[in-house]
Design a protein around this ligand. Structure first.
Ligand code: HEM
Ligand code: SF4
Ligand code: SF4
Length: 524
């Protein structure tokens, strides 16, 4: 089911890329949009609260006054508040499905997934308490069904439905309690949203300005076109019939007419449990976490900067070497993406300490193995136009034949390895094939690779690497056609270039070393 979902997402995302431009594609910004919508709901909610009267009678009349007598501000704000909340449900659902489709819910990703589950509950609790506050017929229906459902649980000693929702017992204090809940629950929601992204480096919590503007304009347009209105005052002496439901927040309410309350709770509980357990169904075999090799770590912090999962930090030096700090990996957070290996200045194939060691390495796929595979794969290439491919195992180039070295993420490649391949004439051209730009499996791998190649981020790709001999292809597994075409075009272009020449050894030994203090031995 997941591959099917992923394929579906990719088709829709490609379509959205054409409509919005890739950088404004909302499907790529769902987490950020969720935060943005939260702020819209919060600001519009504060406005509504100023004019809201927390009383049995005042609640309905104050909302009506905002809707009709100051429709230009209060009415729009009310609609804004309603529609942004509805959109948040949609954004949350699509975001959750997309992370699932991209297989970013297991392994180290479990934390964001698991903390996403209470987000769903808090969002719904926020929305449902919001509906109560209006105290119209829909609010009455929601209040009655909700309290009956809550009364089924063996939590409250006295039935809330009878104690609070009878014409004789409903009072202003109950509304004050509701207002308190409608403010407290979103604050808890915000707190969980913050926890949700704690284990992610540089989370995208703000959408690009263009997308934010499009969303604001769309919300204003819908608010003016179809303003949110009440459905007649609540009357506890009558049973509300024919209320219009909000299908975003209340889809399960009609189910209470058909099912017993126990069955509805069983559905909710089962769904929640299934979602919460999903990262471990079936158990995920995690590759071994990155390890720091102190003898080759100078504490520069590049690995800390580049790790997408906050898995590395700098701590006080524990050995005798003349550096203040050293890298330390938290194995529980490490996704074994190898991006830190690509970032470490010690990761250079020009620097041949015993067995090619680096400051930070992957036990299951060390830099040494990467270099050996590069050399053996390159040796099997035949010309003219010998093109060596480094492919991300989550992208279109994965699972290819003998011309490809597969890596957990293309940002695991130290730029010096590309320099090494070309300056040693191991190949005539190099393709770095990452996953689609809009869906980088390890979040930042594509961005870091581009910045390193453009010499905007350490470690830089040296200027002496002829850029016409290097290309990047960003494509997902379903974009095989585009991948094959880009590869064929590059291979043709390489075949027309003059033969590649190895860089003279004396130039290699003097210019290839990036951190001389770490380079005990250099084998050109
Ligand atoms: C309104 C609710 C939510 C908001 C605002 C939100 C926000 C975010 C943000 C900002 C990110 C980081 C994106 C990035 O920069 O790469 C993220 C990642 C993620 N979210 Fe959510 N999220 C919400 C709900 C959920 C829910 C309900 C689930 C699933 C149950 C979920 C699962 C995930 C997962 C698995 C990741 C990826 C973590 C990783 O790559 O390791 N989120 N979310
Ligand atoms: S392999 Fe390195 S960059 Fe990747 S998660 Fe682990 S420590 Fe971070
Ligand atoms: S990038 Fe390498 S040298 Fe720098 S702190 Fe990390 S492991 Fe140490």
């Amino acid at each position: 089911m997941r591959p099917l979902l992923r394929t579906g997402f990719e088709y829709v995302e490609r379509g959205a890329d054409r409509i919005f431009q890739p950088q404004l594609n909302p499907l790529v910004q769902l987490g950020a949009l969720g935060f943005f919508l939260f702020w819209i709901v919060a600001v519009s909610g504060i406005y509504l609260f100023i004019f809201f009267d927390t009383g049995v009678v005042g609640a309905y009349t104050s909302v009506e006054a905002m809707t009709h007598t100051q429709w230009f501000a209060g009415g729009v704000m009310r609609s804004f508040h309603r529609y942004a909340s509805d959109l948040m449900v949609v954004v949350l659902a699509v975001h959750m499905l997309r992370e699932f489709a991209l297989d970013r819910y297991r392994g180290v990703h479990w934390f964001s997934w698991f903390t996403g589950v209470p987000i769903i509950w808090m969002l719904y609790a926020s929305g449902i308490t919001g509906y109560w506050l209006v105290w119209d017929m829909l609010a009455q229906y929601v209040a009655v069904v909700s309290t009956e459902l809550l009364d089924w649980l063996p939590i409250f000693g006295e039935p809330i439905a009878r104690n609070f929702l009878a014409p004789s017992s409903l009072n202003d204090r109950f509304f004050t309690l509701l207002v308190f809940m409608h403010i407290a629950i979103p604050l808890i929601l915000l707190f969980i949203m913050w926890v949700h992204i704690l284990r992610i480096s540089r989370p995208k919590v703000n959408p690009p300005r263009g997308l934010a503007i499009v969303m604001l304009v769309a919300l204003v347009a819908v608010s003016l076109w179809k303003p949110a209105v009440s459905q007649g005052p609540a009357d506890l002496s009558k049973v509300p019939t024919n209320v219009g439901l909000d299908w975003f927040y209340l889809p399960l309410y009609p189910l209470t007419d058909l099912w017993s309350h126990g069955a509805v709770w069983a559905l909710l509980g089962g769904f929640t449990l299934m979602l919460a357990m999903l990262p471990w169904l079936p158990p995920f075999r995690r590759p071994k976490a990155a390890v720091v090799e102190l003898a080759h770590c100078n504490g520069c912090g590049r690995c800390v900067e580049d790790c997408p999962y906050e898995a590395v930090r700098l701590v006080t030096r524990t050995d005798e070497r003349p550096f203040l700090q050293q890298a330390q990996v938290d194995w529980a957070l490490c996704a074994s993406c190898g991006i830190c290996v690509g970032a470490c200045p010690s990761s250079t194939p020009f620097r041949r300490t015993a067995g090619l060691k680096t400051g930070i390495d992957l036990p299951d796929f060390p830099l040494r193995t990467l270099c050996e595979r590069t050399e053996s794969t390159a040796a099997a290439l035949t010309g003219p136009g010998r093109v060596l491919i480094f492919a991300c195992k989550h992208g279109a180039g994965a699972g290819r034949a003998s011309d490809t070295v597969e890596v957990p993420c293309v940002a695991m490649l130290p730029p010096s390895l590309i320099d090494y391949v070309i300056s040693r004439d191991l190949a005539d051209g190099v393709v770095v094939a990452g996953c689609a730009e809009r869906a980088c499996y390890h979040r930042l791998g594509g961005a870091w690779t581009k910045q390193r190649f453009a010499r905007e981020r350490d470690p830089y790709l040296r200027t002496r690497v002829p850029r016409e001999r290097l290309t990047t292809i960003w494509a997902s597994p379903t974009e095989q056609h585009g991948f094959a075409k880009a590869l064929a075009d590059f291979t043709t272009a390489i075949a027309t270039l003059p033969p590649n020449r190895p860089v003279a050894i004396d130039r290699l030994t003097t210019s290839a070393i990036e951190t001389p203090e770490l380079s005990e031995e250099v084998v050109p």
